[in-house]
Ligand binder design. Structure first.
Ligand code: CDP
Length: 339
Protein backbone atom coordinates (compact mmCIF):
# COMPACT_ATOMS: atom_id res chain seq x y z
CA UNK A 1 0.00 0.00 0.00
CA UNK A 2 1.33 3.46 -0.89
CA UNK A 3 2.22 5.91 1.88
CA UNK A 4 -0.06 8.65 3.07
CA UNK A 5 0.32 11.68 0.78
CA UNK A 6 1.33 14.95 2.42
CA UNK A 7 -1.45 16.83 0.66
CA UNK A 8 -4.56 15.51 -1.08
CA UNK A 9 -5.56 18.79 -2.73
CA UNK A 10 -3.04 21.12 -4.39
CA UNK A 11 -2.96 24.92 -4.51
CA UNK A 12 -5.11 24.86 -7.68
CA UNK A 13 -7.82 22.92 -5.89
CA UNK A 14 -7.04 19.72 -7.80
CA UNK A 15 -6.82 16.25 -6.27
CA UNK A 16 -4.04 13.68 -6.69
CA UNK A 17 -5.73 12.27 -9.81
CA UNK A 18 -6.32 15.74 -11.26
CA UNK A 19 -10.03 15.93 -10.45
CA UNK A 20 -11.84 18.86 -8.86
CA UNK A 21 -13.34 18.23 -5.43
CA UNK A 22 -16.84 17.80 -6.89
CA UNK A 23 -15.89 15.65 -9.89
CA UNK A 24 -16.57 11.95 -10.26
CA UNK A 25 -14.15 9.51 -11.90
CA UNK A 26 -14.78 8.60 -15.56
CA UNK A 27 -17.48 5.92 -15.77
CA UNK A 28 -18.55 3.64 -18.58
CA UNK A 29 -21.07 0.83 -18.69
CA UNK A 30 -22.02 -1.98 -21.02
CA UNK A 31 -25.34 -3.73 -20.81
CA UNK A 32 -26.38 -7.33 -21.56
CA UNK A 33 -22.85 -8.74 -21.38
CA UNK A 34 -23.88 -12.15 -20.00
CA UNK A 35 -26.08 -14.32 -22.17
CA UNK A 36 -27.32 -16.61 -19.38
CA UNK A 37 -28.38 -13.82 -17.03
CA UNK A 38 -31.77 -12.15 -17.37
CA UNK A 39 -30.02 -8.82 -17.02
CA UNK A 40 -26.38 -7.83 -16.76
CA UNK A 41 -24.06 -4.86 -16.73
CA UNK A 42 -20.30 -4.37 -16.80
CA UNK A 43 -19.06 -1.15 -15.27
CA UNK A 44 -15.71 0.59 -15.19
CA UNK A 45 -15.42 3.52 -12.82
CA UNK A 46 -11.92 4.88 -12.48
CA UNK A 47 -9.89 1.71 -11.95
CA UNK A 48 -12.86 -0.24 -10.53
CA UNK A 49 -14.21 -3.03 -12.69
CA UNK A 50 -17.50 -4.62 -11.68
CA UNK A 51 -19.83 -7.13 -13.27
CA UNK A 52 -23.47 -7.34 -12.18
CA UNK A 53 -25.86 -10.16 -13.11
CA UNK A 54 -29.57 -10.45 -12.35
CA UNK A 55 -31.59 -13.67 -12.43
CA UNK A 56 -35.35 -13.74 -12.02
CA UNK A 57 -37.99 -13.20 -10.98
CA UNK A 58 -38.22 -16.98 -10.66
CA UNK A 59 -39.87 -19.31 -8.20
CA UNK A 60 -37.96 -19.54 -4.93
CA UNK A 61 -36.79 -22.90 -3.65
CA UNK A 62 -36.90 -24.09 -0.94
CA UNK A 63 -40.48 -22.88 -0.61
CA UNK A 64 -40.16 -22.20 3.10
CA UNK A 65 -38.07 -19.16 2.16
CA UNK A 66 -40.83 -17.68 -0.01
CA UNK A 67 -42.50 -14.47 1.03
CA UNK A 68 -46.26 -14.75 0.67
CA UNK A 69 -46.85 -11.16 -0.40
CA UNK A 70 -43.69 -10.11 -2.18
CA UNK A 71 -40.63 -11.16 -4.08
CA UNK A 72 -37.44 -11.90 -2.15
CA UNK A 73 -34.44 -9.89 -3.31
CA UNK A 74 -31.08 -11.53 -2.74
CA UNK A 75 -27.93 -9.52 -3.33
CA UNK A 76 -24.43 -10.93 -3.29
CA UNK A 77 -21.48 -8.58 -3.34
CA UNK A 78 -18.24 -10.44 -3.90
CA UNK A 79 -14.66 -9.41 -4.47
CA UNK A 80 -12.66 -11.68 -6.74
CA UNK A 81 -9.54 -13.05 -5.07
CA UNK A 82 -7.41 -11.15 -7.59
CA UNK A 83 -9.29 -7.85 -7.36
CA UNK A 84 -7.01 -6.19 -4.80
CA UNK A 85 -3.29 -5.94 -4.08
CA UNK A 86 -3.33 -8.64 -1.39
CA UNK A 87 -5.21 -11.75 -2.44
CA UNK A 88 -8.71 -11.93 -0.94
CA UNK A 89 -9.71 -15.22 0.63
CA UNK A 90 -12.59 -16.61 -1.46
CA UNK A 91 -16.01 -16.91 0.19
CA UNK A 92 -18.14 -14.59 2.25
CA UNK A 93 -16.53 -12.34 4.85
CA UNK A 94 -17.93 -9.96 7.45
CA UNK A 95 -17.32 -7.07 5.04
CA UNK A 96 -18.98 -8.69 2.01
CA UNK A 97 -21.94 -9.85 4.11
CA UNK A 98 -22.47 -6.33 5.41
CA UNK A 99 -22.16 -4.78 1.94
CA UNK A 100 -24.56 -7.35 0.48
CA UNK A 101 -27.12 -6.56 3.17
CA UNK A 102 -27.04 -2.77 2.84
CA UNK A 103 -26.98 -2.96 -0.97
CA UNK A 104 -30.04 -5.20 -1.01
CA UNK A 105 -31.80 -2.71 1.23
CA UNK A 106 -30.82 0.07 -1.17
CA UNK A 107 -32.99 -1.60 -3.85
CA UNK A 108 -35.94 -2.75 -1.77
CA UNK A 109 -37.73 0.64 -1.79
CA UNK A 110 -37.65 0.89 -5.60
CA UNK A 111 -38.42 -2.65 -6.79
CA UNK A 112 -42.17 -3.32 -7.09
CA UNK A 113 -41.81 -6.36 -4.88
CA UNK A 114 -45.54 -7.05 -4.49
CA UNK A 115 -45.83 -8.05 -8.16
CA UNK A 116 -44.08 -11.39 -7.71
CA UNK A 117 -45.13 -13.06 -4.46
CA UNK A 118 -43.25 -16.28 -3.79
CA UNK A 119 -40.53 -15.46 -6.29
CA UNK A 120 -36.90 -14.44 -5.94
CA UNK A 121 -34.68 -11.97 -7.74
CA UNK A 122 -30.97 -12.74 -7.44
CA UNK A 123 -28.45 -9.96 -7.91
CA UNK A 124 -24.77 -10.86 -8.13
CA UNK A 125 -22.17 -8.12 -8.05
CA UNK A 126 -18.65 -9.35 -8.76
CA UNK A 127 -15.79 -6.94 -8.20
CA UNK A 128 -13.06 -7.86 -10.67
CA UNK A 129 -10.75 -4.96 -9.89
CA UNK A 130 -11.08 -2.80 -6.80
CA UNK A 131 -9.91 0.76 -6.37
CA UNK A 132 -12.12 2.42 -3.72
CA UNK A 133 -15.88 2.80 -3.92
CA UNK A 134 -16.64 -0.76 -4.98
CA UNK A 135 -19.94 -1.01 -3.07
CA UNK A 136 -21.25 2.08 -4.85
CA UNK A 137 -19.86 0.86 -8.19
CA UNK A 138 -21.63 -2.46 -7.66
CA UNK A 139 -24.94 -0.72 -6.88
CA UNK A 140 -24.68 1.38 -10.05
CA UNK A 141 -24.06 -1.71 -12.15
CA UNK A 142 -26.75 -3.75 -10.37
CA UNK A 143 -29.29 -1.00 -10.95
CA UNK A 144 -28.76 -1.15 -14.71
CA UNK A 145 -28.69 -4.97 -14.68
CA UNK A 146 -32.07 -4.98 -12.87
CA UNK A 147 -33.51 -2.66 -15.52
CA UNK A 148 -31.95 -4.85 -18.23
CA UNK A 149 -33.73 -7.86 -16.70
CA UNK A 150 -37.02 -5.96 -16.99
CA UNK A 151 -37.62 -5.87 -13.26
CA UNK A 152 -40.38 -3.32 -12.59
CA UNK A 153 -38.92 -0.50 -10.50
CA UNK A 154 -40.04 2.96 -9.50
CA UNK A 155 -36.74 4.21 -10.89
CA UNK A 156 -33.03 3.61 -11.01
CA UNK A 157 -30.76 3.73 -7.97
CA UNK A 158 -27.42 5.53 -8.23
CA UNK A 159 -24.64 5.52 -5.68
CA UNK A 160 -21.56 7.53 -4.89
CA UNK A 161 -19.38 8.33 -1.88
CA UNK A 162 -18.38 11.65 -0.37
CA UNK A 163 -15.29 11.91 1.84
CA UNK A 164 -13.18 14.44 3.63
CA UNK A 165 -9.50 15.16 3.00
CA UNK A 166 -7.39 18.17 3.99
CA UNK A 167 -10.47 19.44 5.85
CA UNK A 168 -12.48 19.58 2.61
CA UNK A 169 -15.34 17.46 1.31
CA UNK A 170 -14.58 15.54 -1.90
CA UNK A 171 -16.86 13.58 -4.20
CA UNK A 172 -16.14 9.98 -5.23
CA UNK A 173 -13.03 9.03 -3.25
CA UNK A 174 -9.98 7.59 -4.94
CA UNK A 175 -7.81 4.98 -3.23
CA UNK A 176 -5.50 7.26 -1.18
CA UNK A 177 -8.46 9.43 -0.14
CA UNK A 178 -10.36 6.32 0.90
CA UNK A 179 -7.39 4.86 2.80
CA UNK A 180 -6.11 7.98 4.52
CA UNK A 181 -8.99 10.47 4.44
CA UNK A 182 -10.88 11.70 7.52
CA UNK A 183 -14.29 10.41 6.39
CA UNK A 184 -15.98 8.13 3.86
CA UNK A 185 -19.76 8.39 3.37
CA UNK A 186 -21.15 6.08 0.67
CA UNK A 187 -24.75 6.83 -0.31
CA UNK A 188 -27.32 5.51 -2.76
CA UNK A 189 -30.35 7.43 -3.90
CA UNK A 190 -33.28 7.42 -6.29
CA UNK A 191 -33.88 10.01 -9.00
CA UNK A 192 -36.13 11.86 -6.52
CA UNK A 193 -33.21 12.19 -4.10
CA UNK A 194 -34.66 9.60 -1.71
CA UNK A 195 -31.68 8.11 0.11
CA UNK A 196 -31.76 4.31 0.15
CA UNK A 197 -28.30 3.74 1.59
CA UNK A 198 -26.05 5.82 3.78
CA UNK A 199 -23.03 4.65 5.73
CA UNK A 200 -20.37 6.66 7.45
CA UNK A 201 -16.80 5.96 8.39
CA UNK A 202 -14.91 8.79 10.13
CA UNK A 203 -16.09 12.17 11.41
CA UNK A 204 -17.88 15.11 9.84
CA UNK A 205 -19.83 17.95 11.41
CA UNK A 206 -23.60 18.21 11.02
CA UNK A 207 -23.15 21.02 8.48
CA UNK A 208 -20.61 18.99 6.51
CA UNK A 209 -22.97 16.02 6.52
CA UNK A 210 -25.70 18.17 4.94
CA UNK A 211 -23.22 19.40 2.34
CA UNK A 212 -22.11 15.83 1.71
CA UNK A 213 -25.69 14.85 0.88
CA UNK A 214 -25.97 17.72 -1.59
CA UNK A 215 -22.64 16.80 -3.22
CA UNK A 216 -23.69 13.21 -3.44
CA UNK A 217 -27.03 14.17 -5.02
CA UNK A 218 -25.17 15.95 -7.78
CA UNK A 219 -22.80 12.98 -8.25
CA UNK A 220 -25.73 10.56 -8.40
CA UNK A 221 -27.54 12.81 -10.89
CA UNK A 222 -24.55 12.54 -13.23
CA UNK A 223 -24.30 8.79 -12.71
CA UNK A 224 -28.01 8.37 -13.41
CA UNK A 225 -27.53 10.12 -16.75
CA UNK A 226 -24.85 7.57 -17.65
CA UNK A 227 -27.11 4.72 -16.50
CA UNK A 228 -30.03 6.04 -18.55
CA UNK A 229 -27.81 6.56 -21.59
CA UNK A 230 -26.61 2.95 -21.29
CA UNK A 231 -30.20 1.72 -21.23
CA UNK A 232 -31.23 4.02 -24.07
CA UNK A 233 -28.42 2.67 -26.24
CA UNK A 234 -29.71 -0.85 -25.77
CA UNK A 235 -33.21 0.13 -26.80
CA UNK A 236 -31.92 2.06 -29.80
CA UNK A 237 -30.15 -1.12 -30.89
CA UNK A 238 -33.40 -3.02 -30.32
CA UNK A 239 -35.03 -0.74 -32.90
CA UNK A 240 -32.95 -2.58 -35.52
CA UNK A 241 -34.30 -5.98 -34.45
CA UNK A 242 -36.96 -7.44 -36.72
CA UNK A 243 -40.34 -7.21 -35.01
CA UNK A 244 -43.48 -9.12 -35.99
CA UNK A 245 -46.15 -7.33 -38.08
CA UNK A 246 -48.72 -5.49 -36.04
CA UNK A 247 -51.52 -7.83 -37.14
CA UNK A 248 -49.43 -10.88 -36.23
CA UNK A 249 -50.46 -12.17 -32.78
CA UNK A 250 -47.68 -12.45 -30.21
CA UNK A 251 -48.33 -15.00 -27.46
CA UNK A 252 -46.97 -13.06 -24.51
CA UNK A 253 -47.90 -15.70 -21.95
CA UNK A 254 -46.05 -18.40 -23.91
CA UNK A 255 -43.02 -16.13 -24.02
CA UNK A 256 -43.15 -15.55 -20.27
CA UNK A 257 -43.66 -19.26 -19.59
CA UNK A 258 -40.74 -20.29 -21.75
CA UNK A 259 -38.56 -17.74 -19.93
CA UNK A 260 -39.61 -19.15 -16.58
CA UNK A 261 -39.06 -22.73 -17.73
CA UNK A 262 -35.54 -21.98 -18.86
CA UNK A 263 -34.74 -20.18 -15.60
CA UNK A 264 -36.10 -23.15 -13.66
CA UNK A 265 -33.20 -25.33 -14.85
CA UNK A 266 -30.90 -23.24 -12.72
CA UNK A 267 -33.06 -23.33 -9.64
CA UNK A 268 -31.63 -26.50 -8.13
CA UNK A 269 -28.05 -25.24 -8.37
CA UNK A 270 -29.04 -21.92 -6.91
CA UNK A 271 -30.55 -23.55 -3.82
CA UNK A 272 -27.02 -24.32 -2.70
CA UNK A 273 -25.81 -20.79 -3.22
CA UNK A 274 -27.50 -19.09 -0.32
CA UNK A 275 -26.68 -15.46 0.23
CA UNK A 276 -25.36 -15.16 3.75
CA UNK A 277 -26.80 -12.15 5.48
CA UNK A 278 -28.29 -11.44 8.88
CA UNK A 279 -31.57 -10.47 7.30
CA UNK A 280 -32.03 -13.75 5.50
CA UNK A 281 -32.69 -15.39 8.82
CA UNK A 282 -35.41 -12.82 9.55
CA UNK A 283 -36.98 -13.37 6.16
CA UNK A 284 -37.00 -17.09 6.73
CA UNK A 285 -38.74 -16.60 10.04
CA UNK A 286 -41.28 -14.30 8.49
CA UNK A 287 -42.23 -16.92 5.95
CA UNK A 288 -42.40 -19.69 8.46
CA UNK A 289 -44.74 -17.57 10.54
CA UNK A 290 -46.93 -16.78 7.52
CA UNK A 291 -49.26 -18.93 5.46
CA UNK A 292 -47.08 -20.56 2.85
CA UNK A 293 -50.01 -21.96 0.90
CA UNK A 294 -51.38 -18.52 0.32
CA UNK A 295 -48.97 -18.19 -2.60
CA UNK A 296 -50.75 -21.00 -4.41
CA UNK A 297 -54.24 -20.12 -3.35
CA UNK A 298 -54.15 -16.41 -3.90
CA UNK A 299 -55.36 -16.23 -7.46
CA UNK A 300 -56.86 -12.78 -7.04
CA UNK A 301 -54.64 -10.11 -8.50
CA UNK A 302 -52.97 -7.48 -6.39
CA UNK A 303 -55.02 -4.26 -6.50
CA UNK A 304 -51.92 -2.19 -7.08
CA UNK A 305 -51.08 -4.22 -10.15
CA UNK A 306 -54.32 -3.00 -11.75
CA UNK A 307 -52.84 0.48 -11.93
CA UNK A 308 -50.02 -0.62 -14.19
CA UNK A 309 -50.04 -0.64 -17.94
CA UNK A 310 -48.59 -4.12 -17.95
CA UNK A 311 -51.53 -5.72 -16.12
CA UNK A 312 -51.86 -8.47 -18.70
CA UNK A 313 -48.22 -9.38 -18.44
CA UNK A 314 -48.47 -9.53 -14.66
CA UNK A 315 -51.52 -11.78 -14.88
CA UNK A 316 -49.76 -14.10 -17.29
CA UNK A 317 -46.73 -14.20 -15.05
CA UNK A 318 -48.73 -15.01 -11.95
CA UNK A 319 -50.66 -17.70 -13.81
CA UNK A 320 -47.46 -19.27 -14.99
CA UNK A 321 -46.14 -19.27 -11.43
CA UNK A 322 -49.31 -21.08 -10.38
CA UNK A 323 -48.72 -23.66 -13.14
CA UNK A 324 -45.16 -24.16 -12.00
CA UNK A 325 -46.39 -24.53 -8.40
CA UNK A 326 -48.77 -27.31 -9.39
CA UNK A 327 -46.18 -29.20 -11.41
CA UNK A 328 -43.64 -29.05 -8.63
CA UNK A 329 -46.02 -29.54 -5.74
CA UNK A 330 -44.81 -33.06 -5.02
CA UNK A 331 -41.11 -32.14 -5.14
CA UNK A 332 -41.65 -29.14 -2.93
CA UNK A 333 -43.56 -31.08 -0.32
CA UNK A 334 -40.67 -33.52 -0.08
CA UNK A 335 -38.27 -30.64 0.28
CA UNK A 336 -40.32 -28.86 2.90
CA UNK A 337 -40.53 -32.04 4.95
CA UNK A 338 -36.75 -32.42 4.80
CA UNK A 339 -36.36 -28.79 5.89
O1 CDP B 1 -14.76 -0.45 -1.92
P1 CDP B 1 -15.49 0.35 -0.88
O2 CDP B 1 -14.97 1.76 -0.79
O3 CDP B 1 -16.96 0.29 -1.05
O4 CDP B 1 -15.20 -0.38 0.52
P2 CDP B 1 -14.04 -0.17 1.56
O5 CDP B 1 -14.19 -1.26 2.58
O6 CDP B 1 -14.03 1.25 2.03
O7 CDP B 1 -12.72 -0.47 0.76
C1 CDP B 1 -12.00 0.53 0.12
C2 CDP B 1 -11.01 -0.10 -0.82
O8 CDP B 1 -10.04 -0.81 -0.10
C3 CDP B 1 -11.59 -1.10 -1.78
O9 CDP B 1 -12.22 -0.51 -2.88
C4 CDP B 1 -10.37 -1.88 -2.18
O10 CDP B 1 -9.66 -1.19 -3.18
C5 CDP B 1 -9.56 -1.89 -0.90
N1 CDP B 1 -9.73 -3.17 -0.17
C6 CDP B 1 -8.65 -4.06 -0.17
O11 CDP B 1 -7.63 -3.76 -0.78
N2 CDP B 1 -8.78 -5.26 0.47
C7 CDP B 1 -9.91 -5.58 1.12
N3 CDP B 1 -10.01 -6.76 1.75
C8 CDP B 1 -10.99 -4.70 1.13
C9 CDP B 1 -10.87 -3.50 0.48
Amino acid sequence: MSDKPEKFIDENGLRLDGRRVDEIRPMKMEIGVLSRADGSCYLEWGKNKVLAAVYGPRELHPRRMQKADSVLIRYRYNMAAFSVEDRIRPGPSRRSTEISKVSREAFEPVVLTHLYPGAVIDVFAEVLQADAGTRTAAINAASVALADAGIPMKGLVSACAVGKVDGQLVLDLNKPEDNYGDADIPMAMTSDGEITLVQMDGDVTQEEFKQAIEMCKEGCRQIMEIQKETLRNKFTKLDDVEVPDEDEDVDVSALVESTLESSEDDVEDEEEAEVESEDDTDQEEEVEGGDEDSVDEDESESEDAEDLDSVELVEDLEESFTDVDEEDATDDEDEDEKA
